[in-house]
Design a protein around this ligand. Structure first.
Ligand code: NAD
Length: 487
């Protein structure tokens, strides 16, 4: 059953040094539902002082947290994993009212719980290596936590990113400051109440809310933050990279946007390819970094594919995201809605829209109907820029060489998919496509938790995932031991 927390019971304060506090300058920001447009909460805005206080608390907590054994640290992560599951219904509700995610598709609590559970068992894997390759020496490496890690997360799948960044950083002995997105701060604030219950020592795990230009900017310039893991837009990613260069050259991990291609060859299972590619761009109302927003279909099967795709794509149950029947929520807020609308209007000038309607009435929410463009010139803005809505371009191709060139003709490189039954062609494509993840006979959001995830080109810097993330939060030190009279 859905847990509908009453607004007066929402936690909207900052979680710093194990306590909930109001922002020091008493500033709050309004959060409006993208469905009803009503104010659902007034959320505390972390000031520069609050952000500095969170970092100072994390810095003070670091030595004793790092000195614990992985199994001692694991106790808090394990407890947190259980508490997240118990809060599933409330977390789903909070996301639905803040950024419009239908509760029917809410999975982040399960994923976040699994992440904390996984890392609670993984801490002893933080190992160095040794070498006898230098005569007269016995050398080894130490893997040590950096200190204070910051995580800046987006609004589209917030808890997933919070967990993916914080859990690996914490288990290897770092302390953490998370900044939630101003568009979806409620689940992170609720999550902070679970952190408190899980028994993390004060200062180890801090969670603040606020806008990027205030708290985000302070974190990215902060001299005491040693690693910053960011998921969000390329524009902000560039600002954070620059802030790192202009401050202490903190290590920066960037998970950014995409313009992912899916390529459908003439021998593909068309029914499956159509079902999966339409789901990829429809899920979460297209607000997914790896969504296949460009589809290239072989000219010989284009008509049948587009027909199948359109029939599946146009069926949505749009409405109140807190209603279990709804599977298509509004865009996250007015700004996102307007941005998508702008892209659609630009697309209409250059391509042929074969599905979609002109939205004018937003009184019941910022809904965008699934939209398909065909025959769009490859150099059009809508083929190049991330739309972040349920909007897809379907173009045709003649040869494998042509489609590789078209698919790679983008600044992004997060995910690419290929549908074919020819194994040689599938593997050639997997090698040639410029993307951090390639799906063969599958597409996003299919991922594997133990595979590295991240972007080629402007889609990011670094990789995250069960096999990759702990490395992001561990320094490597070489220790050279000279041994006298050692043969
Ligand atoms: P955004 O860049 O606008 O905001 C992300 C976060 O950065 C927010 O918490 C925001 O407050 C903060 N921020 C904004 N300005 C800042 C600044 N100057 N300094 C520091 N922090 C600042 O992105 P968004 O709109 O929240 O998220 C959508 C974007 O995220 C899309 O481009 C999407 O593709 C990308 N994304 C990428 C992945 C991935 O894994 N590669 C996953 C999800 C989303």
């Amino acid at each position: 059953m859905l847990t509908r927390t009453e607004p007066e019971n929402f936690e909207t304060r900052l979680f710093i040094n194990g306590e909930f506090v109001e922002s020091s300058d008493k500033k709050k920001f309004e959060l409006k539902s993208p469905t009803t447009h009503k104010v659902v909460a007034n959320v505390n805005e972390a000031s520069e002082d609050d952000t500095n206080a969170a970092v100072a608390a994390a810095k003070a907590a670091f030595p004793s947290w790092a000195a614990l054994t992985p199994s001692e640290r694991a106790k808090c992560l394990k407890k947190l994993s259980t508490l997240i599951l118990e809060a599933h219904s409330e977390l789903a509700y909070l996301e639905a009212i803040s950024m419009g995610r239908p509760i029917s598709g809410y999975f982040e609590s399960f994923a976040a719980s699994e992440t904390f559970s996984h890392y609670s068992e993984a801490g002893f894997g933080a190992l160095g290596s040794s070498s006898l390759n230098t005569p007269g020496y016995m050398n080894f490496t130490l893997r040590q936590p950096y200190g204070v890690v910051a995580a800046i997360i987006p609004w589209n799948v917030p808890l997933l990113f919070l967990a993916n960044k914080a859990a690996p950083a914490l288990i290897v002995g770092n302390t953490v400051v998370v900044k939630s997105s101003e568009k979806a701060p409620l689940t992170s604030a609720k999550f902070a109440t679970l952190v408190q219950k899980a028994g993390f020592p004060p200062g180890v795990f801090n969670i603040i809310s606020g806008h990027g230009q205030i708290s985000g900017n302070v974190l990215s310039h902060h001299m005491d933050i040693r690693v910053l893991s960011f998921t969000g837009s390329g524009r902000t990613g560039r600002l954070i990279q620059t802030a790192s260069a202009n401050s202490n050259l903190k290590s920066v991990i960037l998970e950014l946007g995409g313009k992912s291609p899916a390529v459908v060859f003439e021998d593909a299972d068309l029914e499956k390819a159509a079902a999966e590619t339409q789901y990829s761009i429809k899920w979460n109302s297209g607000q997914v970094c790896m969504a296949n927003s460009r589809i290239y279909v072989h000219e010989s099967i284009a008509e049948s594919f587009i027909d199948l795709f359109k029939k599946k794509f146009e069926i949505v149950e749009a409405g109140d995201p807190t209603d279990a029947k709804t599977n298509h929520g509004p865009q996250a807020d007015e700004a996102q809605y307007n941005a998508v609308r702008k892209h659609i209007e630009a697309g209409k000038l250059v391509g042929k829209r074969i599905l979609g309607i002109d939205h004018t009435d937003t009184s019941s929410g910022y809904f965008i109907h699934p939209t398909i463009f065909v025959q769009t010139p490859e150099n059009a803005a809508i083929m190049k820029e991330e739309v972040f809505g349920p909007v897809v371009n379907i173009n045709t191709f003649k040869t494998e060489a042509d489609v590789v060139e078209m698919a790679n003709n983008t600044d992004f490189g997060l995910y690419a998919a290929v549908y074919t039954k020819n194994v040689d062609r599938a593997l050639r494509m997997a090698k040639k496509l410029e993307a951090g993840t390639v799906g063969v006979n599958c597409t996003s959001p299919a991922t594997a938790r133990d595979m590295p995830f991240g972007g080629y080109k402007a889609s990011g810097v670094g990789r995250e995932g069960f096999g990759a993330s702990m490395d992001n939060y561990l320094e490597t030190k070489s220790v050279l031991v000279k041994i006298e009279d050692c043969a």
